[in-house]
Unconditional design. Structure first.
Length: 304
């Protein structure tokens, strides 16, 4: 082998060696880059996994907050099946979150758990949406019912006011009728009489006292028999008593004397007598006359 051939031979060996070294270097570099890429990919998967955990946890907490915000209105629900469904779904989500929170890395099983959790939370969202819609509907119904009750209450107040007004008017009308039916008297007087039935000047000698009166005409009053009650009070303030009592102006009163007359809505004059049964003194006597339970007059007369 000449010098030129030797040079070519050794140069070829050097080239081959260089290629071998380059190939080894490239293999080492590629291996290192592949390892670094796998590590980066693993970290990215872990970050995505942690992000998914956080996202789903936040969604679950928000759903719980929305649900609890209306929890005190569950009494309005006629059927609590929504609450039961929510509780069942919530327990499943809590169990999956607990399992995922115990894991630090992403793998095929955990990815499946994430999918299951997303599905359960979607179910939970649907239940909460339905629940809140039902609460809103019932709230609107209750608001409508409240307004209806207020309207009825106002109508009742108006009706009550109208009844009160009508009652007042009826009472006023009744009073007017009673007043119109009430009889009136004229010519009322008190006279002492002796045992012969003649007028007596000295009351001490009187054997009888006579009350004269005239009932005026009244077409509104009811005709028929009328009991005329007379009360005579002595100057000492003592009632000259008879033999009974009667009802007038909501109470029972004793009378001195009475007489029944026939009233035909025309003028009627009469004298009502009382036989003296006690010592009488000169002075001022009070005479009260009642018909139909009404006090028609109260007059004072001086007897000598």
């Amino acid at each position: 082998m000449d010098k030129r051939q030797k040079t070519i031979f050794y140069a070829g060996i050097g080239v081959v060696a260089a290629l071998v070294v380059l190939a080894v270097a490239l293999i080492f570099t590629n291996s290192r880059q592949s390892s670094e890429f796998d590590q980066v990919q693993t970290e990215l998967d872990s970050l995505r996994f942690a992000n998914d955990q956080l996202k789903l946890t936040n969604e679950f907490n928000q759903l719980n907050a929305d649900f609890k915000a209306y929890e005190d209105q569950q009494i309005y629900l006629k059927n609590d099946s929504l609450v039961q469904k929510y509780d069942q779904a919530r327990l499943k989500v809590e169990a999956l979150l607990k399992e995922l929170n115990a894991e630090k890395r992403s793998n095929s099983q955990n990815k499946q758990k994430i999918k299951n959790l997303e599905a359960e939370i979607a179910t939970l969202k649907g239940i909460v949406k339905h629940y809140l819609a039902e609460i809103k509907r019932l709230g609107e119904e209750n608001e409508g019912l409240r307004k209806e009750i207020e309207e009825i209450s106002q109508k009742n107040e108006q009706l009550s006011s109208a009844v009160t007004t009508a009652t007042t008017k009826n009472e006023e009308l009744t009073q007017k009728v009673q007043l119109a039916e009430k009889l009136t008297l004229t010519g009322v007087s008190l006279q002492a009489f002796n045992k012969k039935g003649k007028a007596e000047k000295k009351v001490k000698k009187a054997k009888t006292l006579g009350v004269s009166l005239t009932i005026t005409p009244n077409n509104t009053a009811k005709p028929g028999l009328k009991d005329v009650y007379v009360r005579i009070t002595s100057p000492e303030g003592n009632l000259l008593k008879g033999n009974g009592s009667f009802s007038a102006e909501g109470t029972q009163l004793e009378y001195t004397t009475k007489r029944q007359v026939e009233y035909a809505n025309e003028e009627l004059s009469t004298v009502i007598y009382w036989d003296v049964n006690t010592s009488l003194t000169a002075g001022e006597y009070t005479v009260e006359i009642f018909i139909d339970g009404n006090r028609l007059t109260s007059r004072r007369f001086t007897l000598n």
